[in-house]
Design a protein around this ligand. Structure first.
Ligand code: SF4
Length: 200
């Protein structure tokens, strides 16, 4: 079992998007991804970001997460990437839970999430079929080639989000996203608020 963890960055912030927007979290960005999306603007290579590094055990990583959290309330740890399920294994889930952490996950859906994760957000990407096909929320970056939100409407999620792709065509993507939600009210508009309020 891999009990070493490579982390690109780790810092206290607010979740910026989806149903948990505005919630204080320790953002834990794992290194690496199994996809190579053309529109990806996330830096996930290496361990050189703020709070990043190599952690040699679940306990070592959990202690580092805990040290960043400022409250006596349970830690919210937001596991993202890259693709966090390449590293978020059973041992780490167990370690986080044994310390009372609440585990929030952002995944591209190509890996099965371990049992007991407290909040699962799946964001499927073009030309992949999510094997993690249930959770709390599903979020589609829009527009995207080779992906049809209709194909996900029967899956078991509580929230269905369309999120405008953040690139040089953002204004156009926002209008297309608004138009999509107006025509398909199963889907709600998700705005990446962190990009506009200057937080990670
Ligand atoms: S799945 Fe996410 S992190 Fe990975 S390449 Fe695609 S957009 Fe980037």
């Amino acid at each position: 079992m891999n009990n070493k963890y490579r982390v690109k960055e780790m810092q206290l912030t607010l979740q910026g998007e989806g149903a948990m927007a505005g919630t204080a979290v320790v953002l834990l960005r794992f290194e690496g991804c199994n996809l190579n999306c053309s529109f990806c603007d996330t830096e996930f290579a290496g361990v050189d970001g703020h709070g990043g590094g190599v952690f040699n055990s679940p306990a070592e990583l959990a202690k580092a997460v805990q040290s960043i959290w400022k409250s006596n309330l349970s830690v919210n740890v937001l596991c993202t990437g890259g693709e966090p399920l390449l590293q978020l294994d059973k041992a780490l889930i167990h370690e986080f839970h044994s310390r009372g952490f609440r585990i929030l996950l952002e995944t591209n859906g190509t890996q099965i999430a371990g049992t007991g994760i407290d909040w699962i957000c799946v964001s499927p990407k073009s030309a992949t079929i999510p094997v993690q096909n249930h959770g709390d929320e599903i979020k589609i970056v829009w527009p995207q080639d080779n992906i049809n939100p209709k194909n996900f409407e029967e899956l078991k999620f509580d929230f269905f989000w369309i999120q405008p792709k953040f690139d040089k065509n953002y204004e156009k993507n926002l209008l297309l996203s608004i138009k999509y939600c107006l025509a398909n009210p199963k889907w709600r508009l998700s705005i990446q608020t962190h990009r506009f309020i200057g937080i990670p």
